[in-house]
Design a protein around this ligand. Structure first.
Ligand SMILES: Cc1ncc(COP(=O)(O)O)c(C=O)c1O
Length: 463
């Protein structure tokens, strides 16, 4: 064994800069002492504390995971303790299972939309998405439809970063360094109507337009070549993009007409984020497959899952058919026990009702931000909102100066100084986004909206 010849580091940031590779981070820019790193040490209720003891409202619930905030630890610890003492691990592999995964699959079947009663577990969102794709391919090929090799996803959408899920993620900057996509994917319009002609303010007109465009794309591509369409009920990337009424019904009709499977990626929108067990419930979605992760365990353990409808399972479970797909840690007993406890708490503590009860208030507070010159649009629903920023150039774009000083500088700095963790995207269309813990009360939601308003008001004055 070779020992490190480096001098031992002191302090967490310096140690991180030496030893830890962060996700989606220019790791070389953390500074040799890790001076640009933010280390979060503790959580309480909807707050987190950094290593210097500064407290922040976790306006993003971790990364859309911590639905219940951080104060249910004793209950989760009790569930974990019980599970680990009974059975720490057993795989869901080769006709073997364990009681906790079975119980969780049954529980998910009870809350899932009608006709979806089967679950394939995985370790996180991207794995759940890849499972959806493999199940879709398997479904078609078992039916003799072997030419269905293409997927449709939506422009600007994010479905994960593993090689398969990355193919469905519409971000050339993320995909290109890794060569040709593993899945042949076509991208169709998302449902962002900001900046579109006024006629699209009408839901029926906009839905009809989007669905007609999609149908034309399907026909041009060859309907028999499409295996699956994947879409989020509310698209996260691009800023909480809600669908117009009738859109999800239209997707269902196209899937039925042309024989492809419809997958709802609910990695962010499930488990209360939109005030429903599944965000698609709010929009009349009737998908064949649902992918979940993040909030399924409220962030207390890692887990992903792919929920599959009975008619698809009837095909993939045909006698002799093997689903050659799996992950060693799929449905890990610890994660399954935590997920069960989380679903129990959400139900017991009326979390969905709480979101439904507060959502109009949050919506009103967020919509009020449109009065600020720097705010172009406010979108979202439930406890999930984004402001699209409008800059100093004609048409709403940002000059280099405004982008550097305001989007990359002042706005994130002021939010952090005021004690709010929110997401500030510095993209073509810059965004400020929140997804607060579902346990946030009205006073906290007001505080979040006020901090954003103060930062954006100051930025407006400097546009
Ligand atoms: C909609 C959606 N799908 C899939 C993923 C991938 O999830 P994971 O990071 O757990 O692989 C994400 C992650 O943010 C997501 O937002």
């Amino acid at each position: 064994m070779t020992a490190s010849t480096r001098t031992p580091t002191t302090g967490l940031p310096a140690s991180a800069a030496r030893h830890l590779l962060l996700n989606m981070t220019p790791n070389g820019s953390l500074g040799t002492e890790g001076e640009n790193l933010f280390v979060i040490q503790r959580g309480h209720g909807p707050y987190v504390d950094d290593t210097d003891g500064r407290r922040y409202i976790d306006g993003l619930s971790g990364l859309y995971c911590c639905q219940l905030g951080y104060s249910y630890a004793p209950e989760f610890a009790e569930a974990a303790d019980k599970q680990l003492r009974e059975l720490c691990f057993s795989p869901l592999w080769s006709a073997s299972a364990h009681p906790t995964a079975i119980e969780l699959a049954e529980r998910l079947a009870r809350i899932a939309p009608a006709g979806i009663e089967h679950t394939f577990f995985s370790g996180g969102g991207a794995e759940a998405v890849e499972t959806a794709w493999k199940i879709a391919r398997r479904y078609h090929s078992l039916r003799g439809d072997t030419g269905r090799v293409k997927a449709i996803a939506r422009r600007g959408a994010y479905h994960g970063l593993t090689v398969g899920a990355l193919s469905l993620t519409d971000d050339p900057g993320l995909r290109e360094p890794y060569g040709p996509a593993a899945i042949d994917t076509r991208f169709t319009a998302n449902t962002n109507r900001f900046g579109l002609p006024a006629e699209y303010a009408d839901d029926a007109t906009y839905s009809a337009h989007l669905l007609a465009e999609l149908e034309a794309e399907i026909l041009a591509e060859g309907p028999d070549s499409i295996a699956m369409l994947i879409a989020e009920p509310v698209q996260n990337r691009g800023g909480c993009i809600t669908p117009p009424t009738g859109y999800w019904e239209g997707l269902r009709a196209l899937a039925d007409r042309y024989g492809f499977l419809l997958a709802a990626d609910e990695v962010i929108t499930a488990f209360g984020r939109l005030g429903e067990w599944f965000g698609g419930d709010r929009y009349g979605a009737r998908p064949d497959i649902i992918t979940v992760a993040k909030g399924i365990t409220a962030g207390y353990a890692p887990m992903g899952a792919t929920l599959v409808s009975d008619h698809v399972v009837d095909v993939i479970n045909r006698p002799g058919a093997v689903l050659n797909h799996g992950y060693t840690f799929a449905g890990h007993p610890l994660s399954a026990a935590i997920a069960l406890r989380s679903l129990e708490i959400i139900e017991r503590d009326g979390i969905l009702d709480h979101v439904r009860g507060q959502q109009d208030h949050l919506q009103a507070r967020m919509n009020a931000l449109t009065a600020l010159p720097i705010v172009g649009d406010v979108r979202g629903t439930g406890f999930f909102y984004a402001c699209e920023l409008s800059g100093d150039l004609d048409g709403g774009g940002f000059s280099d100066r405004a982008r550097t000083e305001l989007v990359a500088g002042l706005i994130p700095r002021r939010l952090r100084e005021a004690g709010l963790l929110a997401r500030v995207y510095n993209r073509d269309a810059p965004l400020v986004q929140i997804a607060p813990p579902l346990v946030s009360d009205r006073q906290l939601l007001d505080r979040i909206a006020q901090i954003i308003a103060d930062a954006l008001e100051e930025a407006s004055a400097r546009l």
